[in-house]
Unconditional design. Structure first.
Length: 369
């Protein structure tokens, strides 16, 4: 459909939507037209007549072709955070400025010029009053909640910047063909209100999201986790570590039996425990609730664990910095004899937990063979 004269372009819907507006949209166009007419009359005393109002539901990709190439572009703000767009024909803008500065609208065509911030300030009074009247008229109307509580925001210098500032994917676009002072000047005002999501679907989506979260948490609880009992950590230079052999002795902290840590996923501490034995098996007795031990835990840092040891002695890969290891009677010693695959700890230093009444341990049975 072709444009005729200075009339605004006919806005088209997408192919999968009807092109004829329903009664609700027609009613909305009338309310919007009356809001601008009354605002211009009451704030300026200007004869402002909307001769035609057209409506279209358009996507964000169609707005650049819908909006005129030369106009004053503005953003409209909403308390809810939504953003609408408005364009005002330059001749119509010139008529509004002339009436506010000269007291009349000149019939001759105004020279083309770029809109200024002063123009935006003069337009703001009419736009804010019209949008406020629109909100009052539509108050409590759920069908047109998307057009309420807007106000003049800011002038935008280009159409491209205007489109990039918009957030929604679809818009209710109204084109008002306006005549000032019985045709002294005329032009088009276009307003694009964002299409809001259907709030009736929100509870369903929230319930589905909650169900997904609960299902995910349930799967996490059933996931297997390997817990490791760590007796102690010792900083050893790589040069010595590479040459370790069966029978070599590593010096452990003297209190390691009472500071056993239960860890998962690479040094994430669950709790601290005391090493002991039950029915001939190694056992760990947790001393405190895990929440009291884990709080403030950081990954293991050998330097932080041994603050009295200079960094050079830990990082230097040479035996010259290592003291000779001698037999120490009061130090727990970890040995790896050839005939055993597990560390051997002194039995007399390990606490016996057999007297614990509430301890239930399934001892594996080894079949004779």
């Amino acid at each position: 459909m072709e444009n005729e004269g200075s009339s605004p372009p006919v806005l088209r819907r997408k192919a999968n939507k009807p092109t004829k507006p329903d009664a609700s949209e027609v009613s909305m166009g009338k309310v919007l037209s009356l809001s601008f007419e009354r605002a211009a009359r009451d704030t300026m005393g200007l004869m402002f007549q909307v001769e035609e109002c057209r409506y279209a539901l358009q996507g964000i990709s169609d707005l650049p072709t819908t909006l005129p190439d030369t106009a004053m572009w503005c953003l409209l703000d909403c308390a809810a955070g939504d953003i609408a767009a408005m364009s005002v024909d330059l001749q119509l803008l010139a008529g509004l400025i002339e009436f506010q500065t000269l007291g009349c609208v000149l019939k001759n065509k105004a020279p083309e010029r770029a809109p200024t911030r002063v123009d935006g300030s003069l337009l703001m009074a009419v736009a804010d009053d019209a949008l406020a009247r629109l909100s009052v008229d539509l108050e409590g109307d759920p069908h047109h909640a998307w057009a309420q509580d807007y106000r003049y925001g800011a002038m935008i210098e280009s159409k491209r910047a205007l489109v990039l500032s918009l957030l929604a994917e679809q818009f209710h676009v109204f084109s008002l063909q306006v005549s000032l002072e019985s045709g002294a000047k005329s032009g088009c005002i276009q307003i694009a209100f964002p299409v809001l999501p259907d709030v009736s679907e929100a509870p369903v989506e929230a319930e589905e999201e909650t169900a997904e979260i609960e299902a995910f948490q349930s799967e996490i609880r059933r996931a297997p986790a390997v817990t490791e009992a760590v007796l102690a950590r010792v900083a050893v230079p790589y040069s010595r570590l590479a040459n370790l052999a069966v029978g070599d002795v590593l010096e452990l902290p003297i209190d390691c039996l009472n500071n056993l840590t239960l860890e998962v996923s690479g040094q994430v501490v669950l709790a601290k425990a005391t090493l002991g034995k039950v029915n001939g098996l190694r056992a760990a007795k947790i001393r405190l609730p895990a929440s009291q031990e884990v709080k403030g835990h950081k990954p293991y840092d050998p330097v932080a664990e041994r603050p009295d040891t200079p960094d050079e002695e830990i990082l230097k890969e040479t035996e010259a910095f290592l003291p000779e290891v001698e037999a120490v009677e009061d130090v727990a010693v970890l040995q790896t004899p050839e005939e055993e695959t597990e560390p051997v700890l002194p039995e007399e230093d390990i606490e016996d937990f057999s007297d614990l009444d509430d301890l239930d341990i399934a001892v594996p049975q080894v079949a004779a063979g």
